[in-house]
Design a protein around this ligand. Structure first.
Ligand code: PLP
Length: 461
């Protein structure tokens, strides 16, 4: 059977060594997540430095939605980047962490309370619907012009060969009608916005091209916006890239029905040839990172690159997931084992699908097994991993995992790279099972330090 080793780094590795040594009572009451703000800082630093190579300024707004913890909000503030918030409580977190409205963008669906607070703080509101625009209009006072941008739902050329559906934003034509109908000088229109999750540079480039072409409707009204927002959705390498070709080959040739728990593996169905597509796998495991992706996107747009510069536009990006690369791990204790018959086997952990947000993203890499019993006679074993809910589909990976030694009760499984969407996006106390307990793990003067989130945030004050 194949192994899918997660990509790690020195902080992750040191934290795992630390976990091996500590008293494991800490893992007795459900899953524990360790957050790595130092890695987050480094990710921001790297991206910021690399973005200076583009011919126009690119401003980073950390998408708070990718992780609920205030730890990363505080850290974003400290590094000097801006923030994208998608709910009233996220906005409150940003304000509590020291952000001012000028560095906050409000995206997504907004109720009146969220809109009112965004206006009060003078944030940039990315308008998601005409009804939202109408509400803002009624709340606007004559002496304070709200800062707005419009999220465009269909940035495709009219005779284009592709389009995508999304429930977010307003149609191009609605935007054009609005600009012609409304007295836009009551607003500070700062620009246009798009966000799509698909990750094909050429498609994103075409969308940007179309978005830029819409600015003329504003220019005609003597409105000269200052930014172009191209959203988030950037990825990173998930799997250790060593032996990439061999791994993809191995998975392609595996007996799908033997390894998959039900109908998917890594969230992918088998193709008509009974195999998983190597291309799809490669995109999942080894996607371009944000810098490679953005470089490709703008390489498709040489003349627009110049235009963006000539128009004096700042480009805004809203990465969440990619800034959280390697910023968290979750530890779950093994609490049982099961024989499923027909040589199928499972281990049960004290954590579940919600702790790992498996509906948001199917889990890909193998967990790291920390054996607590030095029973070297244990043999390798392929096993499914079941969660602690009374729910048939509480299976943490949709495939078998190959362990070097059969895990036993009391052992630990460590899931790597959980900070972006996994660790707490869907986390809930279904059947009153515990949610993830978060700790902050730091290395200072080569020593491991563990703090609660509260202690860390206090320390940062
Ligand atoms: C408008 C918007 N911006 C940014 C993001 C963040 O995307 P990611 O975390 O994939 O970078 C999202 C995610 O849903 C979004 O909807």
């Amino acid at each position: 059977m194949f192994k899918i080793p997660p990509k790690t780094n020195s902080i992750v590795n040191q934290c795992i060594e630390y976990i091996k040594k500590i008293d494991d009572n800490i893992f007795d009451n459900g899953p524990v997540q360790f957050l790595f703000p130092q890695v987050f800082d480094e990710n921001i630093k790297q991206l910021s430095e690399n973005l200076t190579a583009f011919p126009f300024p690119i401003k980073i707004f950390f998408a708070h939605k990718s992780n609920k913890s205030k730890v990363f909000v505080k850290e974003s503030k400290k590094t000097g980047i801006s923030i994208d918030v998608a709910s009233l409580n996220e906005l409150k977190n940003a304000i509590d962490s020291g952000f001012k409205g000028k560095d906050i963008e409000c995206t997504g669906i907004k109720n009146i309370q969220f809109i009112k607070q965004s206006l009060k703080e003078d944030c940039l509101i990315i308008i998601d619907s005409i009804s939202e625009f109408d509400i803002i209009k009624t709340l606007t006072s004559i002496n304070k012009r709200p800062r707005v941008a419009f999220r465009i739902n269909d940035p495709y050329c009219n005779n284009g060969c592709y389009n995508r559906t999304s429930r977010f934003g307003i149609k191009k034509q609605e935007f054009i009608d609005l600009v012609n109908k409304e007295y836009m000088n009551n607003f500070q229109v700062e620009g246009l916005h798009l966000h799509f999750d698909e990750y094909v540079p050429e498609n994103k480039a075409n969308m940007i091209k179309e978005l830029v072409s819409l600015y003329k409707h504003l220019f005609e009204k003597n409105i000269f916006p200052k930014m172009l927002n191209i959203g988030g959705g950037y990825r990173f390498l998930v799997v250790e890239p060593k032996n990439k070709d061999k791994l993809l080959e191995e998975i392609e040739n595996i007996n799908f029905d033997d390894v998959a728990y039900a109908k998917t593996m890594f969230g992918l169905e088998k193709g008509r040839n009974g195999k998983i597509s190597k291309t799809l796998l490669s995109d999942k495991f080894f996607p371009l990172d944000s810098l490679q992706y953005l470089t490709k996107v703008f390489d498709y747009l040489p003349e627009k690159k110049q235009l963006i510069n000539d128009l004096n536009l700042n480009v805004h990006i809203e990465p969440g997931y990619s800034l959280l690369d390697s910023c968290g791990i979750i530890v779950m204790k093994v609490i049982g084992t099961k024989n499923l018959g027909e040589n199928r086997f499972a281990i049960v952990v004290d954590g579940n699908m919600y702790n790992l947000s498996t509906q948001m993203r199917k889990w890909i890499t193998d967990p790291i097994h920390i054996s607590k019993n030095n029973n070297l006679s244990k043999k390798p074993c392929d096993a499914f991993i079941f969660g602690n809910l009374c729910k048939e589909d509480d299976v943490l990976l949709d495939r078998k995992v190959n362990f070097d030694r059969k895990p036993e009760i009391g052992d630990l499984l460590v899931f790597i790279n959980t900070a972006g969407y996994a660790g707490n996006f869907e986390d809930t106390d279904a059947i009153l099972q515990p949610k993830n307990k978060n700790f902050v793990y730091l290395i200072e003067n080569s020593k491991s330090i563990i703090l609660t989130e509260k202690e860390y945030l206090e320390q940062k004050k």
